[in-house]
Design a protein around this ligand. Structure first.
Ligand code: 3HC
Ligand code: NAI
Length: 686
């Protein structure tokens, strides 16, 4: 039963119970309409409390119904029916009132919430706008400026802020049900408040809409929903209720079928599936109550902060006392940065820092549950670290390496109880980037693998299981991205044209700007190692830039020139001359933005398909998450695999064949051809 009705004297309590998050399925919408009719007709009922079972108030429309035709009763009609109820309905909010859930609450005469509740209209994050009066009732209740903030950002707010805005009428202490019933008792005999739909919208300052539009456009980049949401709030502020509802609904239905909404829905479900891979169902992870990091450099400090932010006490081990001080200073710098940016108070930063103990004595780790190694990328150094850990740590302590390119199987040789060893590959900066690649070795026990996923949940990261190969999932694809970018240079494109094309596609940065920011030396070091293994990485121009110490911004020049103190890239004549020399004798062509993007993205998809075929990734959606959360691939594109599927894999194959025949890419792999015939990647890895 999705809705039950109980009576507490003259108060009816309507309980929604539609696990996991009380999403507004068709059955729930129907049941709500029926509940209004039943309670309207019951003369003994003076007021109604609308409350939810489980962990949250209604968290929104049922996103899984979005791909299908909408079924009646439609949500705007459900909200209108509640608003027209003869008795006051009181929305009793715990957990989250999001999207359609908040819209239902806006139909109620009153809204009350516990202090921990949050409220918001996250629709723009799904590529749509509110579709049941959110953009129309909200400006009527809290004014256009606050409505614009909520609707265009999609970010929820806490109960306290909601009360300040007039979005809720009271914050409840203690039990939500008892508090809401008492509130309903107080308002039962009062005249019904004016329905929000018939209230006027407060006036805005001159120029408000123009400046809001500029601000929203700048933030949204190429996402369409935020501007459309703004247009709907504006329209609602300037039109009558019925006209505004029609405009909102039309926009909602239009966006619901859009490519961006499909991509964002794909990411929504991929993110929610990632923490619970079916192959680990029923396996209990080990308890993690304390952690240690070996190495306090760029990654070690970031990982220590990430662990600490999740509430774990952290020990940071370095080589000697001076290195310990440097390592702790690196962690402190992270917290100081957070304080400076207003993300954290000094008191919180101090408390975090107080939970990080530094030392060079491995004896400190005798009772630590989890140790993550982030020392130099050198097999011998890493093995020596794990040898020490093997002798001091408890046999059930989980031991992890953050290596980027070394083989975790090789690192784990000699580790005692090797079933407790795995790769945990964080991304820089580790306290911010959401991706965590989890890399089991041949000997990793299932409960240790499950511990990796549990750790990701604890740290608020998106976990993706990766098999062992050079670069795991993300960096292996990155190598292809860079090689393709160079191929383009040698066939007539410039670094700025390539970067501009990738920005136009929706990436935050092009491949050359990104390399200049991160430094070209790291990749050069990896190419050296790859050549030592007998491989032939393709980086003619990058190798020449490194040979003349053009390592990027840090050396004053890389793919671009930089003025001192200025991060703006300027085209470099020296680089152009090197490109011309290396390109001599190769066919040249004129490149437009779309063709440049294809020449980079489609080979990435080809490599990703190989990754799936080799079961280095288990699901194509996992690869999308890797690119989105580790490399800034635009969410609204859905990741490279979703992008390729949405575009049509047959077209991808044709274009790749063409690039290959021009010598500009490898031909499509057999798996990609098979996936094209099957119409998608699903099943390829199974
Ligand atoms: N529709 C369908 N399923 C949903 C859902 C929704 N709106 N929201 C969450 N779920 C599912 C998840 O897929 C997951 O399913 P699973 O257990 O089978 O994997 C399950 O509910 C639990 O979700 P989380 O893991 O995210 O649970 P948390 O407790 O961590 O978070 C939450 C709860 C804060 C409510 C979070 O789920 C959330 O933010 N949900 C999305 C809310 C949202 O975007 N609502 C707006 C929808 S659009 C809308 O309402 C349009 C309207 O204007 C017409
Ligand atoms: P780094 O050079 O900034 O830090 C390494 C730290 O390890 C130094 O502080 C050094 O003093 C310490 N160290 C070296 N040997 C040690 C030992 N025996 N015991 C204790 N401490 C020791 O290097 P970075 O960038 O932090 O990389 C560390 C690891 O993380 C490498 O394996 C790297 O491949 C990996 N990684 C790096 C990423 C990056 O973007 N920098 C991203 C993801 C992984």
């Amino acid at each position: 039963m999705t809705v039950t009705i109980a009576r507490e004297n003259a108060i009816a309590v309507v309980t929604v119970d539609n696990p996991p998050v009380n999403a507004l399925s068709q059955a729930l919408r129907q049941a709500l309409v029926e509940a209004v009719a039943e309670l309207d007709a019951d003369a003994t009922v003076k007021a109604v409390v609308l409350i939810c079972a489980g962990r949250t108030f209604i968290a929104g429309a049922d996103v899984s119904e979005f791909g299908k035709p909408p079924l009646p009763p439609h949500l705007p009609d459900v909200v209108a029916r509640i608003e027209a109820a003869k008795k006051p309905w009181v929305a009793a909010i715990h957990g989250s009132a999001l999207g359609g859930g908040l819209e239902v609450a806006l139909g109620c005469a009153y809204r009350v919430a516990v202090a921990s509740a949050s409220l918001g209209l996250p629709e723009v994050k799904l590529g749509i706008i509110p579709g049941a009066g959110g953009t129309v009732r909200l400006p009527r209740l809290i004014g256009p400026a606050a409505a614009v903030d909520l609707v265009t950002s999609g970010s929820p707010i806490g109960a306290k802020k909601a009360e300040g805005l007039g979005l809720i009428d009271a914050i409840l202490d203690g039990d939500v049900r008892a508090g809401a019933i008492a509130f309903a008792g107080d308002v039962a005999e009062k005249p019904l408040p004016q329905p929000i739909s018939s209230r006027d919208v407060p006036a805005v300052d001159a120029g408000f809409w123009e400046s809001a539009e500029k601000a929203v456009a700048a933030k949204a980049r190429r996402e369409i929903a935020p501007l459309r949401a703004l247009a709907s709030v504006r329209n609602a502020s300037e039109t009558d209720f019925a006209g505004a509802m029609a405009f909102e609904r039309e926009t909602f239905l239009d966006l619901r079928g859009s490519e961006q909404a499909a991509a964002l829905r794909h990411v929504f479900f991929a993110e929610r599936a990632a923490p619970r891979p079916p192959e680990l169902a029923g396996i209990t992870p080990r308890d993690i109550r304390s952690a240690a990091v070996i190495g306090g450099g760029t990654m070690g400090a970031g990982i220590a902060a990430a662990l600490r932010d999740a509430g774990l006490p952290v020990v940071l081990i370095e080589r000697d006392a001076a290195a310990v001080e440097r390592g702790l200073a690196n962690v402190r710098a992270i917290y100081e940065g957070s304080v400076k940016r207003g993300r954290m108070t000094q008191a919180v930063a101090d408390e975090r820092m107080a939970g990080v103990t530094g030392g060079d004595d491995y004896g400190l780790l005798a009772d630590t549950d989890l140790v993550i190694e982030a020392v130099f990328e050198d097999l011998a150094v890493k093995r020596a670290v794990f040898e020490k850990l093997s002798s001091v740590c408890r046999p059930d302590a989980v031991l992890a390496t953050n290596t980027s390119y070394l083989d975790p199987n090789a690192i784990s040789e000699g580790v005692s109880h090797p079933e407790r060893f795995l790769g945990l590959h964080f991304f820089s900066p580790a306290h911010i980037m959401k991706l965590l690649e989890i890399v089991p070795t041949e000997t990793t026990a299932p409960d240790v693998l499950a511990t990796g996923f549990a750790l990701a949940r604890l740290l608020g990261k998106i976990p993706v299981r990766a098999g062992i190969c050079d670069g795991f999932i993300g960096n292996r694809i990155l190598k292809v991205t860079r090689a393709q970018a160079e191929r383009l240079l040698l066939s007539g494109a410039t670094p700025s044209a390539v970067d501009a094309a990738m920005r136009a596609f929706g990436l935050p940065m092009g491949p050359f700007e990104a390399q200049d920011l991160g430094g070209l030396d790291i990749a050069a070091f990896q190419r050296k190692a790859a050549r030592a293994r007998g491989e032939t990485p393709f980086a003619l121009v990058a190798d020449r830039l490194c040979a003349i110490e053009r390592f990027g911004q840090k050396s004053g020049g890389g793919w671009y020139d930089y003025e001192p103190g200025d991060r703006a890239p300027k085209p470099s004549e020296a680089v152009a001359a090197i490109i011309t020399e290396e390109a001599a004798g190769r066919p040249q062509q004129v490149w437009n933005e779309a063709d440049i993007a294809d020449a980079i993205l489609l080979p990435m998809v080809n490599e990703a398909t190989l990754i799936l075929e080799e079961r280095v990734a288990l699901r194509s959606a996992d690869i999308d998450l890797v690119k989105i959360h580790g490399y800034g691939f635009s969410r609204w594109r859905g990741g490279p695999m979703h992008y390729a599927e949405a575009r049509g894999l047959s077209e991808v194959v044709v274009l790749l064949d063409r690039l290959a025949s021009d010598g500009l890419a490898d031909p499509p792999c057999a798996g990609l051809r098979r996936a094209a015939e099957a119409g998608g990647f699903s099943g390829l890895a199974g």
